[in-house]
Each structure stands twice: as C-alpha cells, then as structure tokens.
Design a protein. Sequence first.
Length: 317
Amino acid sequence: MVHEIGHVRGKVLVKPIRIGTRGSPLALAQAQMVAEALAANAMGETEIVVIRTTGDRVLDRPLSEIGGKGLFTKEIEEALLDGRIDCAVHSAKDLETVLPASLTIGAFLPREDVRDVFIGRDGARLAELPEGSLVGTASLRRQALVRRARPDLRVAVLRGNVQTRLAKLGAGECDGTLLALAGLKRLGNESVASEILDPRRFPPACGQGAIAVEIRRDDDRAVDALAPVNDLATEIALHAERGFLAALDGSCRTPIAALATVEHKSVSLMGLVASPDGERIEEITSRGAATEAAEMGYDAGRRLRARVGEDFFAGLV
Ligand SMILES: NCc1[nH]cc(CCC(=O)O)c1CC(=O)O
C-alpha cells in the first residue's frame, strides 16, 4: 500500500517509515535490522529517529529503584502516540507486559541466542573468580542466579549500556559481569565473553534475544509493512514468556526468568522466581498448544505464585 504525500513534477513522494529507537549502539544496531527487514520486503524508504529515554539518562541507580523498565520505553511510546514516529524498536526484554491500549506489536524479528554470558576480568570464568570477588550487574535476576552459583562472591549494581559496562569492568570497578549474548553478537563483540552460561542454571529474562517492533493499532500502513517481517515462533514464545511475567509481577522488583521454546504446534516454558539473595529459587515447567501460549504462560505464573505464596513477593522491596 502506497501513501502519497504529494507530487513534484509528476514524481510521487512516499513518506518514509520513521523508526524510533534509543540511541545506544545496541539500540541503533537493532533499529538498523528492522530497517533492513522492511527494505527486504520492498516497503520503501525508512528513516531512523533517535529518542532519549529516562533510562538512558539515569545511570547511577538500578532500574527497580527509578521505576522499572518502562523508563526505556516511555518516551519512545509517547513519540509513537504523537505520530512523530511510525514504529518503535525495543528489546522485547525491556517492554512492559501491558502496552498502552492504542499500541501493539507489529512484528518480532527472529530471536537471537537467548543465553547470558559471563565476562570475567582477564578471561576468568565464573567458577574461577577468587572468593570475595565483585560481580557487577543491575539485573536482579542475574544477581540472584550468581548468588546461587557462587554464594561466596559479592554483587553490586553495574549499569549503563553494553559498552559502558565493559569499560567499567576494564577499569577495575568489578571483577566480572553478565550480559546477553544477543546484544554482544549484534554489536560484533561476542569474543569478550569468558563463557556462555548454561540456560538451565542461568535462564534468561523474559523476551531476551528478541526484538519487538511496536506500532499504532490503527496505522494500516505500519500493520501491512510489518506483518511479513514477523517471526511466528518468536511471537509464540514471547506470548508464553510475557504471560508468565504478567502473572508474577512485571515491575522489575522480583528476580524472574523464563524461557519458552516452540516445537511444531506446542510451546514449552521453564520459568523461575528467586529471592534477591538467591537462597530461595522456585522453578516451574509447563507445556501447551502454541495457539494458547499466553494463557499457558499466565497459568504457569499463577501456579508458581500460589506455590511460593504472597509473602514471598511482599518481602521484596
Ligand atoms: N536491559 C538491557 C538490555 N536489553 C536487551 C539487551 C540485550 C539484547 C537482547 O536481550 O535482545 C540488554 C543488554 C544485556 O542485558 O546484556
């Protein structure tokens, strides 16, 4: 579908699809992937529009303290609602479980590797760090999982984009950190990883490795442009993981992990909640029809919530 905005000497001018994104190198790489996917489907011109978010500005406190992951998406969603951009590219991991009513996900790109990596100073693996070493990560999930694996280590908040965190590690602010392999791959620097962590011991965050493209529900041009770009298996897995997250919390204050995989017409989920000290970790596995992925995930989250009890969540601040 072509939306004309005018004619100049007989030539049709077509408005480019404006792709909104954060300005970090990873965000820009992801926006570029969306632009390329749209170009491959001959959807005409695209334009990348960089938007600064609160999450990019406030770097000295954990997300859970400054208001959760919505801080990476709020300003971008406002630009989308105002019509300053036509679609917004997000790491699915950073997206709230409930979107503003007039927005929807137009496409998920095919998912990258979902695993976390450990990056130790001088190439040390997690098991090799000397007792008392400092692991820096802002993720409550990673903090809890590191504490379970190595109760003798110290953990501290380490924030910033991927490059900033690697620079802080290089400068000796900590002895090791964890990052998503997906992000490193997209930046072309996965070689910094000391080891890829086993997802059974270090399950990823909901949505890790997936890129979501958000659009206005009523924007037919964006709906049509993004539909052919969508990866169905990724969408189904994300419905299961986001359903699980929605039942449990979604506020960023509880360490939560979930990983769904799709085979044929069914979807399997493994999910986990942890106490921040990593001392109590409860896991659940579930399976259901791909067509009911969100319900299956939500139900697994509810059952896990009932098992750990409301006190488990009340105790977390
Ligand atoms: N919260 C930051 C964030 N959001 C998405 C990714 C990685 C890319 C992805 O998961 O798709 C990262 C960095 C990291 O956790 O290492």
